[in-house]
Write a protein that binds this ligand. Sequence first.
Ligand SMILES: Nc1nc2c(c(=O)[nH]1)N[C@H]1C(S)=C(S)[C@@H](COP(=O)(O)O)O[C@H]1N2
Ligand SMILES: [Mo]
Length: 315
Amino acid sequence: MIKFKKIPSSEITPEHIYYDRRNFIKNLGLILGSTALSSFTNKSFALLNTLPSFAQSKERDKEKLSSYKDITSYNNYYEFGTSKSDPQDHAHLLKIDPWSISIEGSVAKPLKLDIDELIKLIPLEERIYRLRCVEGWSMVIPWVGIPLHSLLKKVSPTGNAKYVEFISLKRPNEMIGQKDDMLDWPYTEGLRMDEAMHPLTILAVGLYGKVLPKQNGAPIRLVVPWKYGFKSIKAITKIRLVEKMPISTWMKANPKEYGFYANVNPEVDHPRWTQATERRIGENLLSPRLKTQMFNGYLEEVAHLYQGMDLNKNF
Ligand SMILES: Nc1nc2c(c(=O)[nH]1)N[C@H]1C(S)=C(S)[C@@H](COP(=O)(O)O)O[C@H]1N2
Ligand SMILES: [Mo]
């Protein structure tokens, strides 16, 4: 089963070495994950077999990776509090073993799996994606995960499956931010079926070649790189295929500010601030803000999903 030890800093691969190792491995056509930590890491990462993966050949993918430290200490995870350091400070309280994820609803073959079963079922891949938070900051993160479409195909969606709803955990004794009802717990999110089936959409179980830290959504979280970070729901327990558009937590909390689509779009501002630029976490505070790109730089891959839609209305 999954053992989550605290990672001693001596075991964390420095970013430049990680990069070199990755390229080395890529060139040899081998698999990633030799300096692993836990049985889960060893087991799962022996299955990581497709480097370089889907989106990794373009200019945008040569961006510098954010540091492991920034990725794991500057987080949004309101179940543990609203400040950026709360998840790092409090997520250790969450028990993630055992953990199962069920896929149900409008499907012919519902599934309930633990994480080990899931990664035996579908080979892991690495994906380096930009994460753009709606608040105006961004990072570049090397995820390890599975394409969501591979999992959805296993359950045979029926004709009524038009949307996918994701449901996180509600356990206020461990998720101490849930003692506050600032959001309607559990955190939920949703995608249209074609967005969920898009090859860029993944379920992540690791980052930097290691098992996912709790503050980043262990044991399993969604990553949809062309959408604002809040769509990337953490600690998923249930995936439900449904006919009607699900109302996500943030839509419910503030429908004027957070829509269903939440596509990164520099031309549609948040009602209270611009979305035209972003601050890359880890860069010097004096360095200029970066220009935010349409669909977070994934325009070529996803523009067809929104053809003919008014993105000012469908924000
Ligand atoms: N369950 C849950 N998932 C969540 C959130 C949250 O508060 N709860 N915050 C979201 C937001 S706003 C962002 S920007 C990303 C941040 O992911 P990271 O901390 O791994 O960078 O997680 C998203 N997923
Ligand atoms: Mo966010």
